[in-house]
Design a protein around this ligand. Sequence first.
Ligand SMILES: [Zn+2]
Length: 191
Amino acid sequence: MSTGQWMTPSEGAAWFFDAGAESLDFAYTGALADERLHSPEDLAGWLAEHLAHPAPEVGERDLADALILREALARLHLAAADHTPFAPDDIDTLNLFAATPDIPPALAGGRRQAGAGRIRVAQALSTLAREAVASLAVRDEGRIRRCAADDCRLVFRDESRTNSRRWCSMQRCGNRAKVRAHRERERAARS
Ligand SMILES: [Zn+2]
């Protein structure tokens, strides 16, 4: 799985946001950002791209299920970042999705082409849910945090070895903070 996706704000340039976890990226397809899953085809495309499998067949019912999982993922990650309790209903929703079979791991090099087969939506959603279960279960490690910029506060999962990520994106908030600090230093030097 490869994390991250382009964000296209109504104002300003598109920028790449790597939330650090597929399940959290999924929450940023709408629940925590502007809606980008308008149709079953949108969901099929997103899952294919992010789970590196041929697009599953997606119906309206699947889309509705996915959005239920997405809402729960969003609220659970916000709670983890803000150190508030998880809602039991959200935990039940997450566990329900995680209980179905996920996309099985496959070793390449056999006679059958591993991982080439179509997946079902339920498998894809289970994979996202299981990732979130593993990550949210260790919320006390403090890796699920908000961007340090006061006017941003996007939630990410810090995957760095040193657990020292501060920004949603170095190119966006990180850079802005650097510019601000530079200006302040110059001002201090002048006065
Ligand atoms: Zn930010």
